[in-house]
Design a protein around this ligand. Sequence first.
Ligand SMILES: C[S@@+](CC[C@H](N)C(=O)[O-])C[C@H]1O[C@@H](n2cnc3c(N)ncnc32)[C@H](O)[C@@H]1O
Length: 274
Amino acid sequence: MQTVPLPRPEVIGRLRAAGCVFAEEEAALLVAAAATAAELEALVRRRVSGLPLEHVLGWAEFCGLRIEVDPAVFVPRRRTEYLVRRAVRLLQARGSGGMPVVVDLCCGSGAVGAALAAVAGPLELHAADVDPAAAACARRNLHPLGAEVHEGDLYDPLPERLRGRVDILAVNAPYVPSGMIGTMPPEARLHEPRVSLDGGPDGLELQRRVAAAASEWLAPGGHLLIETSRRQAPQTLGIFAGSGLSGRVVSSRRLDATVVLGRVQAGVAARTPR
Ligand SMILES: C[S@@+](CC[C@H](N)C(=O)[O-])C[C@H]1O[C@@H](n2cnc3c(N)ncnc32)[C@H](O)[C@@H]1O
């Protein structure tokens, strides 16, 4: 078997010419992933053709973990680590009261759930996604952690026994307005499925549907956390209020991340199950 040379100026140059900003770091990762020179060449070609680095490697780093990411599955973003951090804080503040029930809704690869289990486990962890490719990928990341992965539209595939029992509902649903998708970087707009990006005309359609049914699923004192953008945060907060949830906006400048946290307002009864 041929040995793979160290990142060569040629590989770095090809990545740089293709517009990869972190060409040296990427070259090192591609070299580490290749067992032979031929494999390295294939990896470099895929990357230079515009495939996201994570799809070329088959994994993304998230909260210090390696999360498997299949082609055509949303690549977890660094900013979403903030959603995890806020959920961990709430889980830690909860103290001891039995194993917490956590749902990673719109889970994609399952990165959020995997990170929560790693940092704040043990948990009763469930994840769900409408996209069969995402659900299959999440199963590979989450089944080894003892989690259940469900496939279907938002809450539809969740087991009935979770109604009124969810302590943490962590959601990174699509929130890009449909008309803005064309302005996204090609790696996202060409290689991530539209269902993972498109939040409807104002980007908030999924958030509205998530918030509207959240009180049916949250345990007393349970929390809904939704990632949003700084620009959309006031509207997301309004959606929480309109769904009987008290909310507040928290953000991280360093990660360019914004999350709205909410819980069922005192005096607002959970809706009757359908
Ligand atoms: C922005 S991606 C986030 C994925 C993951 N939570 C993360 O942060 O890496 C949004 C995910 O929501 C899923 N999704 C979109 N519409 C959905 C729906 N109606 N029900 C469940 N999942 C949905 C997409 O398939 C996609 O995997």
